[in-house]
Design a protein around this ligand. Structure first.
Ligand code: UFG
Length: 332
């Protein structure tokens, strides 16, 4: 069985589906603070290839909660998503991020060591690189986070190296760029409250009662003045986790990979694809820059292609279409 922490959340839930499709049984561990019980219910009802989805509600900050999972289930490997992930919130309340992300992960790693579970795939982030010194960003780019969120993820990466040295615990750290889209069968999707991400915010503004979309900053040194990001589809991302798990199962050493598409799109480009997909003229409210936004973040994904054999398949339009279908479902 594979333990998926944070499996009731956005990226975790898509990963549960990818794992079931790949023939794994899954146990979800989630405190449901940000994840949704409805998502768990959907995942439990899928019955994909007769694979099992178990759910345990618990908090990584309580060592007993996570210890309990290992005593109840035969865990072969862990995929770890459970974390706070809002940059702005992390700047206001760093302690919350250190306690939850770093201490919570330490509890998880200690429970793994106690139970001789030696494989973990970890949800890391491009935010560990900080302000880019060159682009596209490969894995050799210096890691100098500029906010506590990125700092917590980098600390965890370092702790994982130490756990490998000391206990032989092998990790794959996947550094995500901008995750986008939803399940193409519309079973799960992005469901944050409040929502801070670009694509859902543009799409939400097209529904009755939705806030006018706010575009943050049009004076960056980029092709059209707006920030450029590398939007990676959530299903492609989920498949990378299955490949990372297979890599570890085949004896792969501790490693880390960027997950992105090698292509950047500006906020204005994303906005116009949203108008095309929805067939609507979307009102926009131009705002000053949002604090802490680098102008350009684009991944070099060559390493993941070469070592994991991972090639993203979906286009930005695919991501926006699936996200739109999901937003329609949420708005009902
Ligand atoms: N943006 C808007 N309006 C919105 C939301 C976003 O104009 O309503 C802009 C942002 O200013 C930025 C771009 O759209 O220029 C993308 O913003 P997102 O909030 O969607 O994504 P970020 O690039 O800020 O954040 C992502 C992940 C973080 C991660 C970070 C790494 O969501 O978890 O990349 O830098 F830390």
């Amino acid at each position: 069985m594979i333990l998926v922490t944070g499996g009731a959340g956005y990226i975790g839930s898509h990963n549960v589906i990818a794992l079931l499709d790949a023939g794994y049984d899954v146990v979800i561990f989630d405190n449901l603070e940000l994840g949704h019980i409805e998502t768990v219910q959907t995942l439990k009802s899928l019955d994909l290839k007769g694979k099992v989805v178990d759910f345990i509600q618990g908090d990584l900050k309580n060592f007993e909660d996570i210890k309990d999972v290992f005593s109840k289930h035969e865990i072969k490997a862990v995929i770890h998503f459970a974390a706070y992930s809002q940059v702005a919130e992390s700047m206001k309340n760093p302690q919350k991020y250190y306690e939850n992300n770093v201490e919570g992960t330490l509890n998880l790693l200690n429970a793994m060591v106690e139970n001789s579970v030696k494989r973990i795939v970890f949800s890391s982030t491009a935010a560990t690189y900080g302000e880019p010194v060159y682009t596209p960003i490969d894995e050799n780019h210096p890691q100098n986070p500029i906010n506590p969120y990125g700092e917590t993820k980098l600390k965890i990466e370092k702790i994982m190296d130490e756990f490998d040295e000391k206990y032989g615990l092998k990790s794959v750290r996947l550094r995500y760029f901008n995750v986008a889209g939803a399940d193409s069968l519309n079973r799960v999707g992005e469901w944050h409250d409040p929502e801070t991400h670009l694509i859902p915010n543009i799409l939400k503004s097209t529904f009755g009662g939705g806030k006018t979309f706010q575009m943050f900053g049009t004076d960056y040194k980029t092709i059209d003045g707006t920030c450029v990001r590398d939007y990676i589809n959530v299903e492609d991302l989920a498949n990378a986790h299955v490949k990372a798990l297979n890599y570890l199962e085949n004896g792969g050493k501790t490693n880390f990979f960027n997950l992105g598409t090698n292509t950047g799109n500006s906020v204005k480009e994303v906005f116009s694809v949203c108008e095309k997909v929805t067939g609507k003229k979307i009102p926009v409210d131009i705002q000053p820059r949002r604090e802490g936004d680098p102008a350009i973040l684009v991944a070099d994904n060559t390493k993941a292609k070469n070592i994991l054999g991972w090639i993203p398949q979906k286009t930005l339009e695919d991501s926006i279409l699936s996200a739109y279908n999901w937003e329609k479902k949420l708005s009902k």
